[in-house]
Design a protein around this ligand. Structure first.
Ligand code: GLC
Length: 430
């Protein structure tokens, strides 16, 4: 009885105190303007990270009731989203205020984005992983604020590994091929005709650049375009790796994998119809909710001939359009969205690791994202966007087109990689 009383007292005294604290925190949000304004935010689709973004908007609007943030669903394909932004930006359209900026885009979009240094505090900047701030700084201008990081990881089914006599997820791509083959054969023999060994991103778009870069770096230990601008597409280890990946199409991976994006792979995995999946952290929280997956685990991607595995650095940052008619309100929203307070809530809801360094010591983040750590930025491979800046999309398009032609059997791997070398030389004026 006494215990109960104490609990009630604690509830009565502490809960209102917590509410006051929350209100105080909200009062601290700088809304940028007192005027009644409406701004747009181009977010992720609902079903991926859209819900966590809508929750962010609700919190911001509660603190800044004079600002309405209209949420617009951007394309799930990064390649299409960039094309959409560039068309709008080139027309200097004021329809777009706040945008999510892929980690590879600061150089590509710098000319169209405001310098956030004019709006944000040093404390806000210092809270983020320094490599991300560096990534977002183009000619001294901070063109976006980091929100979250991503990295390629291997999702696997411990229940199926156990069923087929494996005690750990695959350490190498050869092992993955063997395990996926055996599990797929076994599950099909038991009557699941829709079961596949391995699902990933094979469409000709930016996502394939991410998957293929992981193959390439795991095979050769280096990027296909190094930070010094050296083109390294034709090594034998890389060719062998691309051939191995091509051999998966129609064997352990559906023939349609050559048109799969993240959400297509996730759909097969979520239905319980894949032993392994390559995807980003956002699939972690939703995998836990799937009724068709009895158990799942995540592991680093397998090693290639270099002896190590590789994981592509992804992630999203928030920028404000130069053509916005309400830059103060738009910047205030971008700053709130990327604040440590909001990143924590956003990360837990969406299972995307935060960009803020301090959050990695937070027990709630550690519990929600047990796979995330601060070394990740050091151990992941960046796409060559810092080197190729506004030419990055052209570089990546040449690369994913070349890899796609290998996967579809249109071109032999050695020929595709030699042609890619010539195309990159021409594009980069070498
Ligand atoms: C994820 C990554 C992003 C990458 C994209 C490719 O959204 O965070 O960096 O470009 O996938 O599809």
């Amino acid at each position: 009885m006494r215990k109960l009383l104490i609990l009630v007292l604690v509830a009565v005294l502490v809960v209102p105190a917590a509410l006051i604290v929350a209100q105080d925190d909200m009062a601290e949000i700088d809304c940028g303007t007192d005027e009644e304004v409406t701004i747009s935010f181009f977010g992720d689709p609902v079903g991926t990270n859209g819900e966590a973004e809508q929750a962010t908007i609700e919190r911001f609007e509660a603190a800044c009731p004079n600002i309405t943030v209209e949420y617009a669903e951007g394309s799930a394909s990064v390649t299409d989203l960039l094309a959409f932004y560039l068309t709008a930006f080139e027309a200097e359209s004021s329809d777009i205020d706040v945008v999510r900026v892929d980690v590879i885009w600061p150089g590509q979009l710098a000319a169209h984005l405001l310098d956030m240094n004019d709006y944000v505090s040093q404390e806000h900047i210092d809270a983020q992983l320094p490599a991300l701030i560096e990534n977002d700084t183009v000619d001294g201008r901070l063109v976006a604020l980091p929100l979250r990081i991503g990295f390629g990881m291997l999702y696997y089914r411990p229940d199926l590994l156990e069923k087929y006599g494996y005690d750990a997820p695959p350490a190498t791509w050869e092992e993955l091929t063997e395990m996926a083959t055996a599990i797929q054969e076994g599950e099909r023999a038991e009557g699941n005709d829709e079961f596949w060994g391995y699902v990933w991103q094979g469409n000709s778009y930016e996502g394939l650049t991410c998957d293929a870069l992981e193959w390439h770096v795991s095979a050769t230990g280096e990027n296909f375009l190094t930070s010094e601008g050296e083109i390294k597409t034709t090594s034998e280890a890389a060719i062998d790796m691309y051939n191995l990946a091509a051999s998966w199409v129609g064997t352990i991976s559906p023939p349609g994998v050559v048109s799969y994006q993240e959400e297509d792979a996730r759909a097969v995995w979520h239905a319980g119809n894949a032993a392994f999946m390559r995807n980003w952290p956002y699939a972690y929280v939703t995998s836990g909710e799937s009724e068709d997956i009895p158990e799942f685990g995540v592991a680093p991607l397998p090693a290639g001939a270099s002896g190590s595995g590789a994981s592509t650095l992804g992630g999203w940052h928030i920028g404000v359009s130069r053509y916005s008619e309400n830059p103060e309100a738009a910047a205030a929203f971008a700053i709130y969205m990327t604040s440590v307070e909001n990143q924590k809530l956003y990360s837990i809801q969406s299972s995307n690791p935060p960009a803020a360094l301090v959050l990695y010591d937070d027990p709630d983040i550690q519990a929600a994202l047990p796979f995330a750590s601060t070394d990740i930025v050091q151990i992941t491979t960046a796409r060559p966007s810092n080197f190729s800046k506004d030419q990055y999309n052209a570089v990546s398009t040449l690369y994913f087109d070349a890899v796609h032609s290998i996967l579809t059997g249109e071109e032999d791997a050695d020929v595709a990689m030699e042609l890619l070398e010539l195309d990159l030389q021409e594009l980069l004026g070498q």
